[in-house]
Ligand binder design. Structure first.
Ligand SMILES: Nc1ncnc2c1ncn2[C@@H]1O[C@H](COP(=O)(O)OP(=O)(O)OP(=O)(O)O)[C@@H](O)[C@H]1O
Ligand SMILES: [Mg+2]
Length: 358
């Protein structure tokens, strides 16, 4: 039944059931294949090129940005552009320093060590990582109590690639040890059209240009969501039509799945609704807003808010979150006098030095 479709999962930028295989099959495999993110691509190209020319491993690289924008794909691309092997782990998996020591001691020269969700790494492992990043050495503590000794262990020169949806949650010392931070941004519609056309080509889905534009416009600036919507639209076109995705099929499919014009999902709409109806448009703190919609503050802050800010619905101010006139209009309400018109000049992410979303 239609109302059983969980649009929270459906429009979530995070990995949900069935995405893993899709992600793997559609991942771009070289920088040239990687669509969009022109700034990050140019910066990375320079870093990698210079390292190759010097015959050295590249500096440690931090990839920062909301879910589904291509951080894991980029980590793999970095390794393949360097002709290096990639070892993959994640912050939550590195609970004890020993877990990390084992990974580090198995590295061979030039390897890329990819730590996903690096902001969730446990403190003892993090401290070990400092030393490994800086001096390619770890101190392994053997034994307990007064007889414990610390044995220094060499680590082969490697490149750490960290990915985080919350670079603000990284400790200063860890952040400082990365030579380069790539700030991933939401994709423009025309870039998502190219992502969709590439994916449609790989999956053998015939899709018209205007249909691709329609899907792209509702994909929340996120390639993972674009790819997921593409599959749903294909299902619709195959079941209700002849398999060819034209504009009418795309629109009808998106209607079935309750994806609105902006691609907002239920939680986004709940956050906007709470802000506008519950708090008169704000300003209100993010934790208060999270309580109002029954979600974790981190989910509201990392998952909903970046896109709502980008879509011009919410502005972050020193006193809290504020609904823009656009948010009131989107909910079919008349904005009060004095509602913020647009979000030009408002920092989308505190940690995003100098980049403004418009
Ligand atoms: N620039 C791109 N060009 C083409 N496809 C892309 C691009 N970026 C991402 N994708 C697609 O989106 C999917 C998700 O990307 P990826 O897993 O790299 O995101 P992520 O940032 O690591 O997400 P998370 O934060 O959830 O780990 C990939 O499978 C790939 O198909
Ligand atoms: Mg990832």
């Amino acid at each position: 039944m239609m109302d059983e479709v969980d649009d929270r999962d459906f429009m979530s930028a995070s990995v949900v059931d069935g995405d893993r295989d899709l992600d793997a099959g559609l991942r771009p495999s070289s920088l040239g294949d990687f669509i969009g993110q022109p700034r990050v691509r140019e910066q990375l190209e320079l870093v990698l090129h210079a390292a190759r020319a010097r015959g050295r491993t590249p500096d440690h690289i931090l990839l920062s940005g909301p879910p589904g924008l291509g951080k894991t794909s980029l980590a793999m691309i970095i390794a393949s552009e360097m002709g290096a092997a990639i070892r993959i782990t994640s912050g939550p998996a590195l609970e004890r320093a020993g877990d990390l020591a084992a990974m580090l001691s198995n590295l061979v020269e030039g390897d890329v060590l990819f730590i996903d969700e690096i902001h969730r790494i446990a403190r003892p492992a993090e401290e070990m990582l400092y030393l490994a990043m800086e001096d390619f050495r770890v101190d392994v503590v053997v034994g307990k109590g007064p007889g414990a000794t610390s044995i220094p262990l060499e680590v082969a020169p490697f490149t750490l690639v960290g990915a985080t949806t919350r670079s603000g949650a990284l400790t200063g010392p860890l952040r400082d040890r990365f030579g380069f931070t790539a700030h991933m941004e939401f994709y423009e519609t025309d870039e998502l059209v190219r992502v969709l056309q590439r994916s449609a080509g790989i999956l053998g889905i015939p899709i018209d240009a205007d249909a691709a534009t329609e899907v792209a416009g509702r994909s929340r600036g996120t390639p993972r969501i674009a790819n997921r919507l593409l599959r749903r639209v294909r299902d619709f076109a195959e079941v209700r039509g002849n398999g060819h995705v034209d504009l009418a099929a795309a629109r009808a499919a998106l209607k079935v799945y309750d994806v609105d014009d902006l691609g907002l999902d239920r939680l986004d709409r709940a956050v906007l609704g709470a802000l506008v109806r519950g708090f008169g448009g704000g300003p209100v703190g993010v934790s208060t807003l999270a309580v109002a919609v029954g979600e974790e503050p981190a989910t509201v802050e990392e998952v909903c808010e970046p896109f709502l800010v980008r879509a011009g619905m919410i502005a972050r101010t020193p006193r809290g979150r504020v609904a823009t006139a656009g948010a009131w209009h989107h909910l079919g309400l008349q904005p009060p006098a004095g509602a913020i018109d647009q979000v030009h000049g408002v920092r989308a992410r505190e940690d995003d030095a100098g980049t403004l979303f418009n």
